[in-house]
Design a protein around this ligand. Sequence first.
Ligand SMILES: NC(=O)C1=CN([C@@H]2O[C@H](COP(=O)(O)OP(=O)(O)OC[C@H]3O[C@@H](n4cnc5c(N)ncnc54)[C@H](O)[C@@H]3O)[C@@H](O)[C@H]2O)C=CC1
Ligand SMILES: O=C(CO)COP(=O)(O)O
Length: 332
Amino acid sequence: MNKKIAVLGAGSWGTTLAILAARNGCRTLLWGHNREHMASLAQDRENKRYLPGPVFPENLSVTSDLAEVAGFCNLILVSVPSHAFKDTLLKLKAYLPDGIQIAWATKGFNSDNGSLLHKVVADIFSEQTPAALLSGPSFAAEVAADLPTAITIASPQPDFAALLADILHSERFRTYTNSDLIGVEVGGAVKNVMAIAAGIADGLGLGANTRAALITRGLNEIIRLGVKLGGKQETFMGLAGLGDLILTCTDNQSRNRRFGLALGQGKDRAEAIQEIGQEIEGISAAKETFLLAKKHGVDMPITEQTYKVLYEGLAPLEAVQNLLAREQKAES
Ligand SMILES: NC(=O)C1=CN([C@@H]2O[C@H](COP(=O)(O)OP(=O)(O)OC[C@H]3O[C@@H](n4cnc5c(N)ncnc54)[C@H](O)[C@@H]3O)[C@@H](O)[C@H]2O)C=CC1
Ligand SMILES: O=C(CO)COP(=O)(O)O
């Protein structure tokens, strides 16, 4: 494929997406903010810190210089953590103010004010800037190992979604398109909160019934918030909703689930974060989701109890008891 793409964020997911695009024949530039780390990637042709194993294809080059990114192409796929999303785009804008096309694979909210990330893109560039989000059940290591995976690319601009879908699609990586950007954003950001909750329950040894109840009632919460924010109900039954929720609530590759497991087993929060050693997006998302739910008057009891465990020192077992003590009601 005779295309160029720059991927911002040289963690496990950005590296994987850059490898996928390069395997599909695109000239690909992977940017990371840490100069020493990027120098080691250039030398090793492998990301030993975040994605040990896969060797970089020849058409994948690396840089820590955003000016080089701007000179390379205007098609950008951002995969930095949510706390770095706005700053990275602001820095990029200094080099590439016009004609940019922005996709992102970041799952989370704007850490400044809890807004959805499409709002950050529109505020920094313009409402007309082609914008798309890649989301769905996709552990980086499995994708990089070429294990079959299906994801969603959401954009209000169908041509842009189709372009990205072509760049990344392969027999082992199926790309579906979707026009519901908001629904896909909410699904990807809030499933991380539910994965922490499911991990906590499993860490407490509460069993399979509890896990299934949390996933199902968690999906309900995600739908209530997502629809209130403008997402479509059916989106949450798809890859970026139920698909990613099941993946991260049930498999220990999920860092959010592992973090919850550690808390449920009585480990200290700081120790758990250090042991995992990678981004745990659900920690900030728990706060941002809790505040959004309050602002919009949406009932999100699992999110609320997870927030209280993470930010108010509530004991995990007490959080479960609070959920169980809620008044009996009709399923909705
Ligand atoms: N790893 C996975 O399987 C998947 C991750 N994601 C999402 O992708 C995003 C990135 O996650 P991962 O790559 O997994 O994280 P990671 O923990 O593997 O790597 C984080 C990367 O972010 C970089 N970073 C940290 N602070 C930064 C800053 N201020 N500016 C620029 N870069 C900074 C680190 O140097 C590192 O390269 C997250 O939003 C995550 O939810 C989405 C789907 C799958
Ligand atoms: O989003 C992911 C897979 O789809 C990765 O989940 P974790 O961030 O919990 O590892």
